[in-house]
Ligand binder design. Structure first.
Ligand code: PAF
Length: 258
């Protein structure tokens, strides 16, 4: 039987995960990630640790949600650092599966959505949300958490996951956690590791302009003048969502509508 104050345990196969999960009694929180963890992930993990007896973290760079081979290849990998951050946050179990096992069906079975997933990021990244929803559903089925935690930075992803869980009666509560930002305002993201120091300075303008310039069209022009390639800036419910490339790095963010 697992106890809440044991040290971090690494699990690498589905079978082991299922065995460990069977032996746990007590509330379970879950934070799915693709690794390259930063303080934004730390906030998710700490909330889960505070609200549950056990916290599972998964680290899996999910190939089906990348629509560019290059982006998948260049996705940062920092496992040793990730494990330290997980340990410091008080995580109980880290699940690090491999793609063969997660996709033993060769991705024949998928969860697709035909509304929100086709807009905003979905319009520019065909298949992205099908990959996200499919892997999240698989992980939720395995971890059987009471609560799962996702960053509000990926606002569209969070809405789709909440909706999927309601639609398929998955008994896990989905909890959104506010975006963690650098002092400059730039939202923390694993992809920021690929920005140069000078790009990092320019990247801070993404949040600043989105949160101060009222007109979407004017915000777009200001960003383009600074060298961003803007994909979209659009209002959705009470938020303003945006995505733009800075060099090769794609940034997304969302702010309250002004
Ligand atoms: O937000 C992410 O890191 C990923 O989309 C997720 C939810 C871990 C699924 O691969």
């Amino acid at each position: 039987m697992a106890s809440a104050n044991q040290k971090l345990q690494i699990i690498e196969s589905v079978k082991d995960l299922q065995q460990v999960r069977k032996n746990i009694s007590g509330s379970v929180g879950f934070v799915p990630t693709m690794g390259a963890l930063h303080q934004g992930h730390s906030a998710l993990l700490k909330k889960s640790v505070a609200e549950n007896q056990f916290t599972f973290l998964s680290i899996f760079v999910n190939p089906t949600q990348f629509n560019q081979a290059e982006d998948l290849l260049k996705y940062p990998k920092t496992l040793e650092q990730d494990l330290r951050l997980a340990h410091d946050a008080g995580v109980s179990f880290v699940f690090i599966p491999n793609a063969q096992e997660i996709y033993q069906d060769q991705y024949r079975y998928k969860i697709s959505e035909s509304g929100l997933s086709e807009k905003f990021c979905g319009a520019y990244r065909p298949g992205h949300f099908t990959g996200v929803l499919t892997v999240v559903m698989k992980l939720l089925q395995l971890v059987k958490a009471d609560r799962a935690y996702f960053g509000e930075k990926d606002f569209q992803q969070l809405q789709l996951i909440k909706d999927m869980v309601n639609t398929f009666f998955v008994p896990t509560e989905i909890i959104g956690v506010p975006t963690v930002r650098q002092d400059s305002g730039l939202a923390l993201s694993s992809r920021n590791l690929r920005l140069s120091p000078s790009q990092l300075e320019v990247a801070a303008q993404f949040f600043k302009i989105l949160s101060t310039e009222k007109e979407n069209q004017v915000a777009r022009q200001k960003l383009e003048t600074l060298g961003f390639k803007v994909e979209y800036i659009e209002n959705y419910e009470n938020r303003r969502l945006a995505a733009a490339f800075l060099g090769e790095v794609r940034l997304i963010d969302n702010v309250p509508k002004i």
